[in-house]
Design a protein around this ligand. Structure first.
Ligand SMILES: [Zn+2]
Length: 213
C-alpha cells in the first residue's frame, strides 16, 4: 500500500469517525455545515411499545453528517395518529407523548371540547440545512431529532391548521397553548411569526444552553 493511499484512507476513516464534527470534503459540505453541532441523546426515555405504534429501523448515517441513532418509524404516539410515518430517534418519543398528553389534549378539551386524534406531520427526518438555507447549519431534522406539525385533527374531523389557526379565536388560543406547552418538553419550539414557520410548529431537542421558544 502506498503512503499516499494510506493517507487517503486515514483521511476517509477520520472523516467517518468524526461523524457530524465538521467532516470536510463530502459533497454536501457546501450545502450545510455541522460545525458546533452535537448529536442528541437518542436513548428511549420510555418503552416505545407502551406509548406508540413504532418500529425500530436501521440507524441512519449519511456521509454528510446526518445521522439517526436508535431510529424508529413512528405511526402514532399517545393515541394520536400521524398523517405519514415519522422517522425519529427514540429520544423524541417520550417528549412527544408527554406533550400530547399533558398539553395538546387538555388544550383541545378547553378550546373545542374534544380530543385530538391525528396530526399532519409535515416533516420528520430530513437531511437538510436549517430553513433549507444553503450554507446554514444542519437542521435537527438531520438527527431525526425534530418534527414539524402542520395541523391537528379533532374527533369530529375538524382540522385545526397551524397557519389558519391564527384566524379564529379558539384556534388561536389552542395553537398558542400547545406551542407554549411544547417548551416544557423540547428545547426549540418555532411556529407562526418565526421565519419559515408560518404554517407549522417545529419542535426539537437540540443541544442548546438556553431554550429557544
Ligand atoms: Zn422543522
Amino acid at each position: 500500500m502506498s503512503m499516499r493511499f494510506k493517507w487517503r484512507r486515514a483521511a476517509i476513516m477520520a472523516c467517518l469517525c468524526a461523524g457530524i464534527a465538521g467532516c470536510s470534503g463530502g459533497s454536501n459540505t457546501t450545502y450545510f455545515t455541522t460545525r458546533g453541532l452535537k448529536a442528541p441523546q437518542a436513548q428511549c426515555t420510555v418503552d416505545p411499545r407502551t406509548v406508540a405504534v413504532a418500529e425500530p429501523i436501521r440507524d441512519i448515517r449519511e456521509r454528510s453528517g446526518c445521522q439517526v441513532e436508535n431510529a424508529y418509524r413512528v405511526s402514532s404516539i399517545g393515541g394520536i395518529s400521524f398523517s405519514q410515518p415519522a422517522i425519529m430517534n427514540c429520544g423524541m418519543i417520550g417528549p412527544l407523548d408527554t406533550w400530547f398528553n399533558d398539553t395538546v389534549q387538555p388544550a383541545a378539551q378547553r378550546a373545542f371540547g374534544e380530543s385530538v386524534v391525528a396530526v399532519n406531520v409535515a416533516a420528520s427526518y430530513a437531511c437538510r440545512p436549517r430553513n433549507n438555507k444553503r450554507g446554514a447549519k444542519m437542521s435537527e431534522h438531520g438527527f431525526g431529532n425534530a418534527i414539524d406539525i402542520a395541523s391537528f385533527t379533532l374527533e369530529s374531523g375538524r382540522k385545526v391548521e397551524v397557519e389558519q389557526g391564527y384566524f379564529s379565536w379558539s384556534e388561536k388560543a389552542f395553537i398558542k397553548e400547545v406551542r407554549k406547552g411544547a417548551c416544557e418538553d423540547f428545547n426549540t419550539v418555532l411556529g407562526p411569526g418565526d421565519a419559515h414557520h408560518n404554517d407549522h410548529i417545529h419542535v426539537d431537542r437540540a443541544n442548546r444552553s438556553r431554550k429557544l421558544c
